[in-house]
Design a protein around this ligand. Sequence first.
Ligand code: ZN
Length: 428
Amino acid sequence: MRSLIRGVAVIRRPEEGVIPKADVIIESRRYAAVIEGGGAEGEFDRVIEGEGRLLVPGLVNAHTHLAMTLFRGLADDLPLMRWLEEKIWPAERKLTGEDVYWFSLLGLVEMIRCGTTAFADMYFFMEEVAAAVEEAKLRALLSYGIIATSEERIDSELKRAEAFARRWDGKAEGRIRAALSPHAPYTCGPEVWRQAAQLARELKIPIHTHLAETAEEVERFTAQHGKSPALWLEGLGVFAVPVLAAHCVHLSEKDMEILAAHGVTAVHCPSSNAKLACGIAPVAELLAAGVNVALGTDGAGSAGDLDMLEEMRWAALLGKLKAGDPEAVPAPQALSLATWRGAQALGGLKEWGTIEEGKRADGVLLSLEAAHLQPGHSPLSDLVYAAHSSDVVGVFVDGRPLLLEGELLTIDEERVRAECRARARKYR
Ligand SMILES: [Zn+2]
């Protein structure tokens, strides 16, 4: 299969700015050539017109709980602990594998329509999540969320997480990778963390967790353990493996140094953090300290939606507010959080995450025609500060279109919407 995107504006990686016009050739699932100015020759199986359009690396949602689309709008405007304890955890006890499958597909529809090509997900019934991902043909880092506050749950929870990881790591033509996910330092004891770190090392997979989301949680944990959650995890050897730490809102300077020294990725979830009034993660400070920062929506139950374009804008805007500096988190940097830094977090940057010859052809094609993107002084700035998911006209993973000219090609959207509306009733 040989495809051509003709005469398109391209951002290969955010730091390099915009190539105003190029012919992009995709061959055998990889980017084969980016010819500046155009002029590609030869036969193609598929030609996509790129005039008035922008091709960028696929967006990476580095922290979400896909099937929580089920809980969108179920319980809003509450603090995190009340939201979890009074609303979400009781509702989750009614969950079935089939519900998780359908609401994962619903989340995948939304993610594709917003230009997301890869994501990191942690939840329950992960077999069903993986089946949905395999069908929809996105790229994903998947893990079973371990919650084990009592001793007797440790073995069964770890076994379940391990079985999933062994079965799915490398599946779906390599698009699915597995991780281990002790949910958070406050929901898993030290033995879980020690064993998970050991197992992650053995299986050569990362750990994906939550860290320092609310001030209250960090204060309580620190009072109880005599050190911050980040220091505590380091002491247990958790950071010896690659770690994605969602939120990282409340960190000390010392915590940041530790994350940087161990190559931990902080996954910034600005809209979820804002909606739950958790605070604003110090993105500019984290980056200055040398920490990789990626971007995630968190679950649609807490964040409202899974729109990575919106999340990127939130990251730029809140990053400036937090730093008290309009020059903080400039547009190219915001785009890097949503693209290659996410690929680095998911362990895939060598293979995908930027538009380079030889890399997997993951990308998003956006129309630049809408009124809110005129007059077009800077397509990169417009992408970060003005674009909407309605501008997304094409989404590719491994060179395969998942969305083209507004049409979803791997999911029956109408059926998914109908199934989900029917299934949601029993949760009200
Ligand atoms: Zn989360």
